[in-house]
Design a protein around this ligand. Sequence first.
Ligand code: GDP
Ligand code: GDP
Length: 434
Amino acid sequence: MSALPTVAIIGRPNVGKSTLVNRILGRREAIVEERPGVTRDRNELDAEWLGREFTLIDTGGWMADEDGDELDAKVSRQSEKAIAEADVVLFVVDASVGATADDQLVADLIRRVEDKPVFLVANKVDNEKQQHLIWDLLTLGVGDPHPVSALHGVGTADMLDEIVAVLPEVEIVEEEEDPDRIFGVSIVGRPNVGKSTLFNRLIGQDRAVVHDRPGTTRDSIDTVIETDGGPLRFIDTAGMRRKAKVDEETEYYSLVRALRAVDKSDVALLVIDATVGVTAQDQRLAERVDASGCPIVILLNKWELLDADGRTEAMTSVERKLHFMGESPVLRISALTGKSVDKLWPALEESITNYSTRIPTRKVNQVIRAAQVAQAAPEGGRVLYATQGATDPPTFTLFANKELPRTYLRYLERSLREAFELGNTPIKLRVRRR
Ligand code: GDP
Ligand code: GDP
C-alpha cells in the first residue's frame, strides 16, 4: 500500500475515466481506449494538486458479459476493493448519456461504503448549455453531481480543490509509533500530600526493577519501573527519592516543577491529601494538569486515617471541586501502609491505552455520522469526513462544510469518547473547512 492518500476512480466503461486521469496527471500517460468494454489492469499513479500528493487508482473498465448488461464479477470485485481501500472515491458518469443501469450498479457498490467522501463526477459537460444534464444524476443517490469536462478541462480544477481538501494529511498517514517507547508518568500534588511516600512505595514493591535516567533538566531524575504491563518512566523523581528532604519546596516551585513533569508525561497521578480534602490549590493544579492534555488518575491518599464521615466528606469534595475531571478514576489509597496502591497499575495501563489509541478511519466516520443523524449541527453545518490525525492524546480532524459551534463540537467529542470508551483521556478536535 502506498503511504500517500488514495483516490479511486470508478465507473462503467467509456464515461471518461482515463481522460480524467490524464487531466489530473496533466500528461498523457494512461491509455485512452476508444472502444467500450476493454478491461485494463488496475493502474496506480501518483498525482499532485496544490502541493498535495495522492495516489490515483484507476480501476479501468469492466467487461459486460454476453447479455451485455451485467458487471463482470472479477472487475466488480476489483472496483469494490478499490473503493474500500481509497480515502476518496471519484464516481465518474457520462452526463450526456444520463444515469444508466450500469451506473446504478456502481452506485449500489458505492452506497455500501458509507464512510468516505464520494465525488459524483458528471463528465462530458463540455459547455454551459449542458449543465442541466447533471440533475438526472441525482437519481443515483450518491450526492450532488460535479459537472466537468475531462476532455476540455472544464470544472476539473474546482473539483480537485475540493478533493485535496478532504484528503487525510500525509504526515498523519506516515506517522509511526515507536514500539519501544516507554510511557511517562508524573506524580503531582501539593507539598506533603504523600508523593514521595507513594513513589518510594512503588519502587519498593517486589515487581519494581529500578534504573535511573537523567531527566530533562539538570536537577531532575527519571526512574524506570518494570511493571506487569511493561516499563513505565516516572518523571522527575529527584525530590521524591531523597530520603530526607533538605528544604521544603515552595508552593510555587512545586507547581512549576509539576507542570514541567506533566508536559513530558503520558499520564499524571494527582495526589490529594484525603484528610484535608480538595483545596483551592489542588483545584488550580488539577486545572493546569488537565489543560496540558494528559489523562489524570486522582489518588485520595492517607485514606486509612479517615473514619466513615471523613471518607464521605473526602469523596464529596472531589465530586464538587474536581467535577471538570469527571472521567478520571478516583483511587483511595494509603501510600504509607501500601493499602490499595496496587490498583494504580491497571488504572495507569488503561489511561495509557486510551491516550495512545488509534481508531480506524472507518469507525471514526461511523460514529460521527451516527452522531449527526441523532443530532444535526445547526444551520446546515455538517462534518463530511473525519479521521484520527494523531494519538497522545487522540486527536481527530473533522472536515466540515462550515464552522461548527463549540457546543456541537463538545457533543461530537462526547460521542467519540463514549463510542470508543476513551475514559479519562483528553480528546482534541481540529476542524477544517472544506
Ligand atoms: P473510460 O474507458 O471510462 O476511462 O473512458 P475514456 O477516458 O476512455 O473516454 C471514453 C471516450 O469519451 C473517449 O472517446 C473520450 O475522448 C471521450 N471523453 C472523455 N471525456 C470527455 C469529455 O469531457 N467530453 C467529451 N465530449 N468526451 C469525452
Ligand atoms: P510529598 O511532599 O507530597 O512528597 O509528601 P511526603 O511523601 O513527604 O509525605 C508527607 C507526610 O505525609 C509524611 O509525614 C508521610 O509519612 C505522610 N504520609 C504520606 N502518605 C501517607 C499515608 O498514606 N497515610 C499517612 N497516615 N501518612 C502519609
